[in-house]
Ligand binder design. Structure first.
Ligand SMILES: [Zn+2]
Length: 485
């Protein structure tokens, strides 16, 4: 009996004793890694399931299986993260990012933003406009695992001067962006003939489009008609559903003045006709135009004090951002010169109607993503996206759906539905190892303040584990140093 037991146990004992499993090292990709005993949230809206073991080779998830005896059949040297009692979900996809290494004329080390993004669980950024030369280098370095950063998809701004004036010039600009290596194009206000030509060429070149519409000739119905990939924020959606065709602005309204623009965009949704709005949302669903509502970025307009006094500011707010956020007509989004009770009241109503439309769009089968657009309006990198998750919850989506918006839907909308946004065999090893249950509370995903325990323990991108406590220590040191100067 004793002999038999030993025979059965010895192989396990041998592998446990002679080949100890190394702990993962911050910033170093092991050849093989195993996350064991995890409660897995896949990212596609299905419930958590576990305990499961996730096997990773290089940058790819190679197997997901019910957990077994820990030492069984692991190749020697496999790095192991024990996720006993912990949740694991896909890395977050930030669909509205801007790489920024300067604000208000003050330099910020790139590490500040890049490490904050990872600390908040963001493993992929769609950059919708930044210094393309710098961002291209980052995109490449990230691909090769040479920089501590999320992966990037880069959109270039269509209308950068000299803006294309004719359909032919529009086509040429799209082809130029393709030659330069852009992944997509960011559009602002557009004339209809320019938009038609630009999007036709965009499709021919296999690029993607993101539209931040202005109050302009084209709106969400044109996005549906010509095949835009995503609508950013909300602009163009209520505009296509206005009761009177045009918003009732006061006589002295000047859209080039930011205080006017933001004040009255807070009074836009109330003028949308619900029947027309439904028709607009249906057209988007039918044309497969996704909606990236960026719910966090305007929230200061409904609750300015909340945003001016966020608990992470003392430790995490870089002085360059602090300067940039203070009211100043020179800086985009810093328009709160005289922001009134009435402005906030309108914006609260605006949010209710906007969130209702996002919910309706979801019910109709539309694809919803998450993007933070931080670096503006009191929104700090990473924190903005987590606040966005909370606001998707407030809009009425179940926590599993919110996670789907921030993971699988982002992957699909980037054209990476086979590779990004899910914990599934063959997908990129982008995982968050969590100290709690995100379905219960999104708040613990915020980078930790003071002595808080971090909610995200490890952010794994392309199979490279990053320790969140190390990332936040680095970021806090950058902020302390900048404040001394
Ligand atoms: Zn933006």
């Amino acid at each position: 009996m004793r002999t038999l037991l030993l025979t059965l146990l010895v192989p396990g004992l041998l592998s446990a004793q002679s080949v100890p499993s190394p702990a993962p090292q911050h910033g170093q990709r092991p050849a093989r890694m195993m996350v064991r005993n995890a409660l897995v949230i896949e990212g596609n809206g299905t419930p958590a399931s576990g305990p499961r073991d996730i096997f990773i080779e290089g940058d790819t998830i190679t197997q997901i299986a019910p957990s077994r005896a820990a030492t069984a059949n692991q190749p020697a040297g496999t790095a192991v993260i024990d996720a006993q009692g912990r949740y694991v979900m896909p890395g977050l996809i930030n669909m509205h990012a801007h790489f920024q290494d300067e604000r208000a004329g003050i330099r910020m080390p790139a590490d500040y933003q890049l490490k904050l993004w990872l600390a908040a669980g963001i493993t992929t950024c769609r950059d919708l406009g930044s210094d393309f030369a710098k961002s291209s280098v980052l995109r490449e370095q990230s691909k090769l695992g040479q920089v501590i950063a999320p992966r990037f998809f880069l959109h270039r701004t269509f209308s950068m001067p000299p803006a294309p004036r004719t359909p032919d010039e529009a086509r040429e600009r799209i082809r130029q962006f393709k030659r330069d290596g852009a992944d997509g194009v960011k559009f602002f206000d557009l004339y209809r003939d320019i938009m038609e030509a630009a999007l036709d060429e965009l499709h021919k070149q296999g690029l993607r489009g993101a539209h931040h519409a202005a109050v302009a000739e084209t709106n969400a119905l044109d996005d549906s008609k010509f095949g835009m990939t995503t609508i950013e924020h909300w602009y163009g959606i209520p505009d296509a559903a206005l009761e009177n065709g045009v918003q009732s602005f006061p006589a002295d309204f000047n859209i080039a003045r930011e205080i006017d623009r933001f004040r009255y965009s807070g009074r836009l949704w109330r003028e949308a006709n619900p029947d027309r709005l439904k028709m607009v949302l249906e057209s988007m669903v039918k044309a497969n135009v996704a909606w990236d509502p960026t719910l966090n970025i305007y929230e200061a307009a409904r609750d300015l004090q909340r945003y001016q006094n966020q608990p992470w500011f003392p430790e995490y707010l870089h002085p360059a951002l602090e300067r940039f956020f203070a009211p100043n007509p020179e800086y985009h989004g810093s328009f709160f010169e005289h922001w009134t009770t009435t402005d906030e009241a309108f914006w609260r109503e605006n949010y209710r109607l906007w969130m209702g439309a996002v919910r309706q769009f979801g019910h109709l089968g539309g694809t919803i993503t998450t993007g933070e657009d931080t670096g503006f309006i009191y929104n700090v990198y990473g924190f903005g996206l987590i606040r966005g998750l909370e606001l998707h919850r407030e809009a009425g989506f179940a926590p599993l759906q919110v996670i789907q918006h921030a993971t699988a839907n982002g992957g699909k909308t980037l054209g990476q539905g086979h590779r990004l946004g899910r914990i599934r065999t063959g997908y990129a090893a982008d995982l968050l190892i969590l100290n709690g249950n995100p379905l219960e509370d999104f708040k613990f995903l915020y980078p930790p303040v003071g002595n808080q325990k971090p909610g995200i323990e490890w952010t794994i991108k392309d199979g490279i584990p990053y320790s969140v406590p190390k990332l936040v220590a680095d970021v806090k040191a950058i902020v302390r140093d900048a404040k001394k100067k």
